[in-house]
Design a protein around this ligand. Structure first.
Ligand code: FES
Length: 106
């Protein structure tokens, strides 16, 4: 089972077992990782699941598609080159050890 490490805005870190096929957002929300609001529940319409992907993992997670990219432009915390919406990151075995930093404002 892959694990994902979430770094929260409050400075805490959470290593969470993730189910293959779930989204990174669902993985965090399920165990109560602080900082991800996920207002739309993963429907790609709120940008309140904004995370920064550790630069070592960008190739594995891939980049935002056009629609996600537009949503990131409206995120509360200004986007960075490694910004993604965590509801659009699908967990695979290849993402074991993935590190995500949750944006401070959602
Ligand atoms: S949960 Fe709303 S865009 Fe990701």
């Amino acid at each position: 089972m892959p694990t994902i490490i979430f770094h929260s805005p409050d400075g805490s870190s959470h290593k969470v077992d993730a189910r293959v096929g779930a989204s990174a957002m669902e993985t965090a929300v399920k165990v109560g990782v602080p900082g991800i609001v996920a207002e739309c529940g993963g429907a790609l319409s709120c940008a309140t699941c904004h995370v920064f992907v550790d630069s070592a993992w960008i190739a594995a997670t891939g980049i935002a598609d056009e629609f996600e990219d537009e949503m990131l432009d409206d995120a509360e915390t200004p986007r960075t080159p490694t910004s993604r919406l965590s509801c659009q990151i699908r967990v695979t075995d290849d993402l074991d050890g993935l590190e995500l930093t949750i944006a401070p404002e959602q």
